[in-house]
Design a protein. Structure first.
Lengths: 211, 418
């Protein structure tokens, strides 16, 4: 039988993710400066795919990976038909609406069309629709804080961890849209075909997260 | 109206609409041969073919419980709302309730063809794909349930998918548990959503928020683990005390016992955690997998309410094989299908002779192409090499000269000059 494959996200969630798997006895043989994209666990029981966070749900949905770890911000932004059996609780962030300091006191006008720059256009559009506001979203792939200072848009929707980057760019939070954290996701078919293995792993992770 | 600008490349290389594909050559051959094998198999079990129209009135599909988001709709010139068929089962229910109403029951029907659905936004979703399926109408017996499962397994193993695993669920099991909670519909949907995500922790919290009695909450949570062999039925039996759930388990036990007599018990997994299809199926739920594919290749179940929506209440069960996915599993395993055996070329004077030679080779079961281009033997041989054709046979006045394409050697016949 093939080893289970687990897609894990590059970036800030990688270290806590690998740490969590190490705690249930699945330590990845991964060196931080490594360029390897497929890494076995020390005992060879599973292998990890190191993927861009946005790509993790895709690998899992197509069954290339049986399980994956990804931020809930990404799951909320693009629909993917995957199981979401576990909130891993680490990597907690807030998805916020922010604007330059001097504009923050005025309420958002209902008659205006608000321009908002974000990496999360779908989530942002849903948020504005929920508030009954009109918005034009502009998709950016990074450095969203640039948008207000360059005149691209007065508003941004972005993920903040400590808020330091916002402050340094003269931005303040005017609303919190969601709290996000790392989630375990699973391929529907793998969860059925290899129920004992996959469910066993989910339970082990669940215990590791709770204690 | 302003038109979208397109690049020159886009104008010269049109693509198929999103979610569709041209199925070509070997893949097409594989797809049709699956269809042919299914026709043969279903026929041998006494099922008769139905070829319904490729589009249907939207109101018929809505009456059959098809979600509007699935439909690719259009209007006919008279303004009737129509949709390409997203599913055969609704059409067959309509046929059974109307034109085949007087037929003796049980009625055994099958279909082979494409369905069209609006693709979901997520990646890789299909808008059109081929299905082959059966419907057994007019029996609510577990033996009818088991027959449909047995035919599906025989179909898949017969096609060479030797690792088929069929998951059987029962929609009445969870319904029986939820009935006893007296929750509002919205809360029930919330619980089903969390069950569908298999999110145990969130489900625990939600059940606590709803202040369900502990015993009831435990039952719902226990559903997440009810996946495995026969022992699952015993475990499930200790969990329930509603008659609906008990009847569901009795049905599953009976289906499993029947499948044992078909010799298929090794193929079956009991899966009471599945909530998809709860709104549609009224009893047994069927899902089949091969280990080589991360998606079901078989789906179906019992839908005792459906035919009645068209005015002729009648129990029914059916399932559909996903021909496109089965073809992709087979493509990853099979050797390429047989090549063309010979290209036959000739001088105009020998044309009748060449046609007779080709016909005789074909009656021997060989696959033959006739030359329709004016080219030399060397050119024809180069073409044959690219096409994977085994021989080039040239019919001349003095006999037939045969070039073995792989080795480029001449055998048989007499030399023939271009």
């Amino acid at each position: 039988m093939d080893r289970l494959t687990i897609a894990v996200p590059k970036g800030r969630l990688l270290a806590p993710t690998l740490d969590l798997f190490a705690r249930i006895g699945l330590a990845a043989e991964y060196a931080e400066d490594s360029r390897a994209l497929v890494v076995p666990s020390g005992d060879g029981r599973v292998r990890f795919l190191i993927a861009k966070p946005m790509d993790v749900p895709t690998f899992v949905e197509h069954g290339t990976a049986d399980l994956g770890v990804v931020g809930s911000d990404i799951l909320d932004e693009e629909p993917h038909d995957v199981l979401q059996p576990l909130d891993l609780r680490f990597g907690a962030c807030r998805l916020v609406l922010a604007t330059p300091h001097d504009a923050a006191t005025a309420p958002l006008a209902r008659h205006a069309v608000h321009r908002v720059a974000t990496k999360y256009p779908n989530t942002a559009a849903r948020y504005f629709a929920r508030r009954g506001l009109q918005a034009e979203t502009i998709k950016l792939y990074g450095s969203v804080e640039l948008a207000p200072s360059t005149g691209l848009s007065a508003l941004i929707v972005d993920v903040v961890q400590t808020g330091a980057t916002l402050r340094e760019n003269g931005l303040v939070v005017i609303d919190e849209i969601a709290t996000t954290s790392a989630r375990l996701i699973a391929d529907r078919a793998a969860h059925k075909i290899r129920f004992a293995e996959v469910d066993g792993l989910i339970r082990a992770l669940s215990e590791a997260v709770t204690c | 109206m302003q038109r979208e600008r397109s690049t020159a490349a886009e104008r010269t290389a049109p693509t198929t609409p999103s979610g569709t594909a041209d199925i070509l050559l070997d893949d097409a051959a594989r797809t049709s041969s699956i269809g042919a094998a299914m026709r043969q198999l279903f026929g041998s079990w006494g099922y008769g073919e139905v070829i319904p129209p490729i589009f249907e009135r939207v109101e018929t599909l809505l009456a059959g419980g098809i979600h509007p988001d699935w439909m690719v709709r259009f209007a006919d010139p008279g303004g009737d709302a129509l949709a390409l068929r997203p599913d055969f089962t609704t059409q067959i229910a309509r046929v059974v309730a109307t034109r085949l109403r007087e037929q003796p029951k049980p009625l055994r029907l099958f279909y082979v063809g494409s369905v069209v659905r609006r693709p979901k936004p997520s990646v890789g979703r299909r808008a059109e794909f081929a299905q082959a399926g059966i419907e057994l109408v007019g029996s609510s017996e577990p033996t009818a349930d088991a027959e449909v499962v047995a035919i599906a397994i025989e179909a898949l193993t017969g096609l060479g998918i030797d690792d088929v695993q069929v998951h059987l669920g029962q929609s009445a099991f969870l319904r029986g548990i939820i009935e006893t909670t007296r929750l509002l519909d919205a809360d029930v949907r919330g619980i089903e959503e969390l069950l569908d995500r298999r999110d145990r922790a969130a489900l625990e919290r939600r059940l606590a928020d709803l202040a369900l009695p502990a015993r009831c909450a435990q039952r719902i949570l226990a559903c997440l683990e009810l996946c495995g062999g026969d022992d699952i039925l015993d475990r499930a039996a200790t969990l329930v005390d509603s008659r609906t759930s008990e009847a569901a388990l009795a049905n599953l036990a009976h289906v499993c016992a029947t499948l044992r007599d078909y010799g298929l018990e090794d193929r079956i997994v009991i899966d009471l955690a599945e909530v998809r299809g709860l709104g549609y199926y009224t009893g047994l739920m069927i899902e089949g997998f091969s280990r080589s594919l991360a998606a079901p290749i078989l789906e179906g179940g019992r839908y005792d309410d459906l035919v009645g929506r068209f005015g002729h209440p009648c129990p029914a069960i059916g399932c559909a094989l996903d021909v496109a996915r089965i073809a992709s599993v087979l493509a990853s395993r099979e050797a390429p299908p047989p090549r063309v055996d010979a290209l036959v070329r000739y001088r105009p004077q020998q044309r009748a002779h060449a046609f007779a030679l080709a016909a005789s080779l074909r009656t021997q079961g060989r696959c033959v192409e006739l030359e329709v281009a004016d080219r030399t033997e060397a050119e024809a041989t180069a073409y044959a090499r690219r096409r994977g054709i085994v021989e080039v046979q040239t019919v001349g006045a003095d006999g037939t000269r045969i070039v073995d394409v792989a080795s480029d050697t001449v055998g048989g016949g007499t030399p023939w000059i271009d």
